[in-house]
Structure formats: structure tokens, C-alpha cells
Design a protein around this ligand. Structure first.
Ligand code: NAG
Ligand code: NAG
Ligand code: NAG
Ligand code: NAG
Ligand code: NAG
Length: 535
């Protein structure tokens, strides 16, 4: 074979397996980015310093009363959630302090009287530790050990041999679960984390349990094709009710279907296919546009077969998820819907007095205004006629989803409007969320002198400030073509993408070089010798 021929075949082979990138390869970072990035880092530093002073070791800072709250079993949720962001921001001293705190914490017992949430503990603590372990190049194995301590206790959420769906809460003192309905988000958002835990511990049980749960839901009877009801009984495996939504309680089940396919590159197409079926059903059944300004939303549905014209901050992750999923499945229709969903969610920010979006909202489309709740008041209708949505829950509790989708839209298109949205949000946060010591939620996004909510959720550190920081960062840093983000914005390094995901995708040629998330070039680090000794 001539060398030209060999070269040509190599190019051909590469072009067959090469996927469309998720990110716009020509994205131009505006020169002002570094100023805005510095502002975001300053928000992080101020918030974390206040946490260190008033709440160190506890879960949340209460930024108004300058005290603390332990709502996540008292293991220091803010520390776990902040670690991956610290690494990305280059705050390595604090990162090491956080590793040290983690190493000195006993995760086999709850430090409060509460039961342990399988979902919250997985997406915040387990993911936070594993992401921090990967980002720091594997130099702190104690992070994996602590994640494993948690998962070993949480594995008791599956009680019976024939049980696929875990219970949502476990008592760590006696390892008994709370016997109650689980929701599909709780049962379906473990795969990314438990897969990585199996990879680093060599114990496949974690991955097997998480996959078993999702496979069960993929194959169960559903009110709409590919869209399971929100509730599920772990004992019988039966659906509970028939409520279908991309919002809270269901959200990350859908989110993880496509992300798990991407993170593992599995030849099992069932994950990507299930995501595509849910997206297809959503296009056919749930997609609604407002009669004012034509904003696009994904409505909810109940098994009375009536559409609920509602939206939520939580559901606003869907724009970014459709952009990602549309790119990975080579479906530009889904990408463009994802962008329009993102724009409608951003409109909920752009339309309020503070420039920050509400927790809950609703709208009217050509098929009516039914929400399952009370009809809109005159005041809400006036707001609707001006903005194409109306507010049903006016608070903001430091949630990330709108800026998350805005980040995907920015990296995927390079359209400066997304960059500018992030600037507006940063300015609003600084102006309207500040307390004497840090930043906090507000009760009314449409009131510039709203009373403050006295809690700084740990996802302020994990998600809001990371998505903003990365929007203002070099697009090659934590590229969406190289990392998969868990639902708490902790990042996992992914292997090179397949040509596309879902049925019909080519089996991947077996690489002679097994993928290792740790083989990536790492930022220079100088481990603190005092810290290493203490471990
Ligand atoms: C793997 O983890 C599971 C779940 O904690 C545990 O029951 C099992 O004993 C572990 N297997 C090994 C070989 O350590
Ligand atoms: C598992 O077994 C229990 C008791 O034998 C039974 O009641 C339950 O329906 C079974 N669950 C599933 C999901 O098959
Ligand atoms: C993209 O997805 C939509 C919605 O499921 C579907 O109707 C369309 O056929 C898909 N397009 C391609 C090119 O696969
Ligand atoms: C809301 O729906 C009800 C019932 O269909 C209808 O009577 C009413 O006119 C609608 N209101 C608006 C503002 O669309
Ligand atoms: C590590 O943590 C322990 C206990 O929390 C503390 O006493 C020690 O000073 C810490 N060391 C470093 C280097 O941060």
C-alpha cells in the first residue's frame, strides 16, 4: 500500500468515526471575558470566605443570620460541592483544605438525625469527590474511598433480590430504607457517578445497581412513549400516578440517558434510544408556544391526558440537554429546539425587575391556559401579555438551570447574545443577592428590594458560579466535547465521542489504547506536603 493510500484510508476511517463537535469550533471569546470571569471568581471567593468564617464544616452558610444549617447530613455539603469549581478556578490551597476536611470526615454515619437521600448524596458528595479526584489527576485516592463509604451504605436502598428501583432514603444507623414511593429522577440519576465509582474501585456492583434501575424504567409501561410517570414503587416496580414532566422529580432521569451513553460510549443503544424517544414524544405532545411572543416551552402532562401549561427554573435545564443530545445524535432539529427553549427560559430572567428568573411560571398557548392549578389572576395576565409567561412562584434560590442551558448554547453557537446573558446575570446577582457577608436567595425576583432568603445552597458553588465562570473561559477549558457534566455540574472526563449516538450508530473500533480519564494533561500542581502527611 502506498503511503498516500494509507493516509487516505486513515482520513476516511477518521471521518467515519468522527462526530460533529458539540462546541462551535470557531467560537471567539470576546476580549472582555477576563473581566467578567474575574467578577465571578470574586463572587466565589467572597461566598466561600464567609462560609469558612461562619459555617465551616457544615452544609450551608446562612448568609443573613451569619450562621449555618445542616440539611445534607452535616458532612460539609458546600465543601464537597465547591471542590471541582475550586480546581477549575485555580484555587488550589482551598482545594487541598477541602480534601483534608473530607479525609477527616466519617461518611459512614449521618452527622444529623436525618435519613440520607440517595439522589442528593450521589449528585453532590459522590460526584463532587470523584470529579475532584479526576481533575486533580488521581493524587488524592482518599476522595474515592470517601465516595465509596457513602455508596456502600447507599447500596442498601435496594433491599430485595428482585428489586430494580432503589428506595430514595436510607437510615445510615441501621441501613434500613424509608419505605415510600421513589421518583424517576432519584432512581435514574446515579449512572454517571456509580459507573465512575466502579471504574476507580474495581467493584462493578455500583454500576450494576445504577444500570439495573435505569434499564427497568426504560422498559416499563409509560403514560407517553419514552416518558415514565414521575412516581414509582420500588417494591412492585409499578408506576405511581401518571404525571409526566421534564421538571423536578423526573428531570435528570431524561438528562442522564444521553449523558450516560456519551460518558461510557456503550454499544448498548438503549440509553440514547430512550432519550430520543422521550425527545420525539416531547416534540409531538408537550411542545407549546406562547400566544404572546411565540416562546417555546415543554409542558407537563397528566394521565387525565390534559396538558399543564407550566414551566419551572428546574426544567430549564432542558434547553442545554437538547442541544447536547441533538448534537450527539446528529439531529439539528433537536438542537434548534434546544436553543429556542433556552431563549424562552432566559426571557424569564430578562423580564423581571431584578433580571433574575422565578422558580415557577406558566403561559398560554393556542390550546388554552390550563395549569392544573388556579387560573391566572388579572395581574398575572397583565404580566403575561407583556412577557409571554407569568410568574407562579416568585422566589429564586440560587438555582443554575437557566445559566446551564445558556452555557451550552454559548459553547455550541458562539452567538454573543448568550455571552451577554451571562454578563447580565452576573451583574444582577451582585446587585440583588448580596448580604453583608455573601450571596443568598430572594423571595421575589420581580421586586428590587425583595426580602432575602437566609440560605446559600451548596449548588451556588457547584453550579451557578462554575457555569458562569466557564462561559467566560477559554472554550477549550472543560470543553463539552471532552467532559460530561453531572446534574450538579461536577465534570467527568469522557472518551472521544462516537460518530453518533442511538440506533444505527456504528460499533466502535476497539482502541488499542484503553481510555483513562486520568491520562489527560493536567494543570501543574504542587501538593502541600503538610496535607499529604495528614492523609
Ligand atoms: C462491592 O460493593 C458492594 C456494595 O457495597 C458490596 O456489597 C460488595 O461486597 C463489594 N464487593 C467486593 C468484592 O468488595
Ligand atoms: C418482588 O417480590 C415481592 C415479594 O416476593 C413481590 O411482592 C414484588 O411484587 C416483587 N417485585 C417485583 C418488582 O417483581
Ligand atoms: C430529529 O428528531 C425529530 C424529533 O424526534 C424527528 O422528527 C426527526 O426525524 C429527527 N431528524 C433526524 C434527521 O433524525
Ligand atoms: C383560560 O381558559 C378558560 C377555559 O378554557 C377560558 O374560558 C379563558 O378565556 C382562558 N383565559 C385566557 C386569558 O386565555
Ligand atoms: C487538616 O485537617 C485537620 C482536621 O480537620 C486540621 O487539624 C489540620 O490543620 C488540617 N491540615 C491542613 C494542612 O489543612
Amino acid at each position: 500500500m502506498t503511503s498516500f493510500r494509507r493516509w487516505f484510508l486513515a482520513v476516511l476511517a477518521a471521518s467515519v468515526v468522527k462526530a460533529e463537535p458539540v462546541q462551535d469550533p470557531d467560537l471567539q471569546l470576546p476580549p472582555s471575558a477576563s473581566i467578567h470571569q474575574a467578577t465571578v471568581k470574586e463572587l466565589f471567593v467572597t461566598s466561600y470566605e464567609a462560609y469558612q468564617e461562619y459555617a465551616w464544616g457544615h452544609d450551608d452558610l446562612l448568609p443573613v443570620s451569619e450562621s449555618y444549617f445542616d440539611g445534607r447530613n452535616g458532612w460539609g455539603a458546600s465543601i464537597a460541592d465547591a471542590m471541582s469549581t475550586m480546581w477549575i478556578m485555580g484555587l488550589t490551597d482551598w482545594f487541598e483544605q477541602a480534601v483534608n476536611h473530607t479525609a477527616n470526615t466519617d461518611f459512614a454515619i449521618s452527622h444529623t438525625f436525618d435519613t440520607v437521600s440517595l439522589f442528593e448524596t450521589t449528585i453532590r458528595y459522590v460526584a463532587g469527590f470523584i470529579s475532584a479526584y479526576e481533575l486533580s489527576g488521581g493524587q488524592y485516592p482518599v476522595l474515592v474511598e470517601k465516595a465509596q463509604d457513602l455508596a456502600d451504605q447507599m447500596a442498601h436502598a435496594w433491599v430485595r433480590e428482585n428489586q430494580s428501583i432503589p428506595y430514595g432514603f436510607i437510615n445510615f444507623a441501621n441501613l434500613l430504607p424509608t419505605i415510600a414511593t421513589t421518583n424517576i429522577a432519584e432512581a435514574g440519576s446515579l449512572t454517571l457517578e456509580w459507573n465512575r465509582l466502579s471504574l476507580y474501585t474495581g467493584n462493578s456492583t455500583y454500576q450494576t445497581l445504577a444500570e439495573k434501575s435505569v434499564q427497568y424504567m426504560i422498559n416499563m409501561p409509560t403514560p407517553l412513549p419514552g416518558m415514565p410517570a414521575q412516581g414509582i414503587d420500588p417494591l412492585t416496580g409499578d408506576p405511581v400516578g401518571g404525571y409526566v414532566t421534564w421538571g423536578g422529580g423526573s428531570d435528570s432521569y431524561f438528562e442522564y440517558l444521553i449523558k450516560y451513553a456519551r460518558l461510557t460510549n456503550t454499544d448498548d443503544n438503549s440509553y440514547a434510544d430512550a432519550w430520543l424517544t422521550a425527545a420525539d414524544t416531547s416534540v409531538k405532545t408537550l411542545l407549546r408556544s406562547s400566544t404572546v411572543d411565540d416562546w417555546l416551552y415543554l409542558a407537563d402532562y397528566d394521565d387525565d391526558q390534559v396538558i399543564r401549561h407550566v414551566g419551572s427554573h428546574l426544567a430549564c435545564f432542558y434547553g442545554g440537554n437538547w442541544i447536547l443530545g441533538g448534537k450527539l445524535t446528529n439531529n439539528e432539529t433537536l438542537v434548534s429546539i434546544g436553543l429556542r427553549l433556552t431563549d424562552a427560559c432566559w426571557n424569564t430572567y430578562a423580564s423581571t425587575a431584578t433580571g433574575i428568573g422565578p422558580e415557577g411560571f406558566a403561559y398560554i398557548s393556542s390550546d388554552g391556559n390550563f395549569t392544573g392549578n388556579t387560573a391566572p389572576s388579572q395581574e398575572q395576565l397583565d404580566f403575561y401579555y407583556a412577557h409571554g409567561f407569568y410568574i407562579t412562584a416568585p422566589d429564586y434560590i440560587l438555582r443554575p438551570e437557566v445559566l446551564e442551558s445558556n452555557f451550552y448554547a454559548w459553547r455550541a453557537t458562539g452567538d454573543p447574545k448568550y455571552f451577554n446573558n451571562a454578563i447580565s446575570a452576573t451583574i444582577s446577582f451582585k446587585k440583588y443577592l448580596s448580604t453583608t457577608v455573601a450571596y443568598t436567595g430572594i423571595y421575589d425576583v420581580n421586586n428590587v428590594i425583595s426580602e432575602k432568603i437566609d440560605d446559600m445552597e451548596s449548588f451556588w458553588f457547584a453550579e451557578v458560579l462554575k457555569y458562569l465562570y466557564l462561559t467566560f473561559d477559554d472554550p477549550n477549558h472543560i470543553s463539552l466535547d471532552e467532559y460530561v457534566f453531572n446534574t450538579e455540574c461536577h465534570v467527568f472526563k469522557a472518551p472521544p465521542a462516537k460518530s453518533h449516538y442511538g440506533s444505527g450508530s456504528e460499533p466502535q473500533p476497539v482502541s488499542s489504547q484503553p481510555f483513562s480519564p486520568m491520562s489527560a494533561p493536567l494543570p501543574a500542581v504542587s501538593p502541600n506536603p503538610a496535607l499529604l502527611r495528614s492523609l
